[in-house]
Design a protein around this ligand. Structure first.
Ligand code: NAI
Length: 347
């Protein structure tokens, strides 16, 4: 019998609870053996308790093998709580935000296969801000240690996955010190990876080129804010935010979530696209499978990803955000059915 995993779960806000429960149902149906430890966090919890996340959340999370989460509301502006996501990334040391994007035939606006690796702990999200009456200052911190770590991560990932090129996206022509440091460290480290091509693109040109000709990109490594913005842009090209999943990886721990937010206007209607959350679950299985040399989990992850591609490209059971009429539960059922078929026919 395989290992029984302990997984922390944050259901989140808006559509979070309905898509997280679907992803966990799918994992159960496909034989993933896990004990789930629920952590309360987000807007609803804040309204009830005055706190954005449980006091002992970190201890509970650290006692588990990985965290799967739904989107959590981050209120806008001063006077409210700071992002639960940023708090978790920093305290758990989840320094690499990895977002793989691959186009679907018949659905995507462009043909592409791009992985965005975003520095996840500093940059514009350092959280160091000051306000002086009508002037506000945000510190955009870039350090050598965090930059070396994320750049090495991107090159190692490219090598592991047999990818051809890593591109650094920055704005070092204007932000000469901060982005200049990020860029220069990238070129220093690139020399250690002679087998992988490397180049650079300024962030505004990157937005343009991603739309015009995304095929020129392979793996992108970039500071925090650019990665956040560009990944929504690429999600749009793929066909919708609801299709894309994300991994946040540290030295010994990782968290998995969809790329999208709480999609409040469709919450509770049973029509949210569950695929981003299911992709997150598949990324979790892949990471756990590597960490614990668990071949069963790797196989499960491959089956789920193949099932998603087949379901979306076949187009018979599509969620509403990509032009279909299917309910959340029907989309999950379709992916469960197709995953089981892939599992039956794979060695
Ligand atoms: P959003 O991603 O919630 O919504 C953008 C658009 O995409 C909306 O039209 C929404 O209906 C649609 N959409 C997103 N996910 C969908 C799904 N699964 N199925 C169908 N349609 C979907 O972005 P927005 O409005 O900027 O953010 C709302 C809240 O989510 C904010 O409080 C924000 O801070 C939070 N957020 C949380 C994230 C996280 O926890 N990782 C990530 C991004 C945003």
């Amino acid at each position: 019998m395989g290992r029984k995993y302990r997984i922390a779960v944050i259901e989140g806000d808006g559509v979070g609870p309905e898509i997280v429960s679907e992803a966990l149902r799918l994992l159960g149906e496909l034989g993933f053996d896990a004990e789930y430890i629920k952590i309360d966090a987000g807007w609803k919890y804040y309204e009830e308790t005055g706190k954005p996340i449980e006091d002992d959340a970190l201890d509970k999370i650290r006692s588990t093998d990985a965290l799967i989460k739904g989107p959590v509301t981050t209120p806008v502006g001063p006077g409210t709580y700071r992002s639960v996501n940023v708090y978790l990334r920093k305290t758990l040391g989840l320094y690499a935000n990895v977002r793989p994007f691959k186009s679907f035939k018949n659905v995507s606006l462009r043909e592409l296969d791009v992985i965005i690796v975003r520095e996840n702990t500093e940059g514009a999200y350092s959280g160091v801000e000051e306000r002086f009456d009508d002037k506000a200052i945000s510190y955009r911190i870039i350090t050598r240690s965090a930059t070396e770590r994320i750049v090495r991560f991107a090159f190692d990932l490219a090598r592991k996955l047999g990818r051809r090129k890593v591109t650094v996206v920055h704005k070092a022509n204007i932000l000469k010190e901060s982005d200049g440091l990020f860029r220069n460290i990238f070129f220093e480290i690139a020399r250690e990876y002679g087998d992988i091509e490397h180049d650079e693109v300024i962030v505004d040109a990157a937005a343009y080129k991603l739309v015009k000709r995304p095929q020129i990109f392979d793996v992108i490594v970039t500071p925090n804010l650019y990665g956040d913005i560009l990944s929504d842009l690429v999600a749009g090209l793929v066909g919708g935010l609801g299709l894309c999943g994300s991994a946040q990886i540290g030295e010994n721990y990782a968290a998995f979530e969809p790329v999208h937010g709480t999609a409040k206007s469709i919450a509770g209607k049973g029509i949210a696209n569950p695929i981003g959350e299911i992709r997150a679950a598949a990324l979790m299985l892949e990471w756990l499978g590597e960490k614990y040399s668990d071949e069963k989990l790797k196989k499960l992850s491959r089956a789920i990803n193949s099932a998603i591609v087949r379901a979306v490209e076949e187009g018979k059971v599509l969620p509403q955000d990509i032009g279909g009429t299917a309910k959340t539960v029907d989309v999950t059922n379709e992916i469960i059915f197709k995953s089981k078929t892939f599992l039956k026919h794979s060695p």
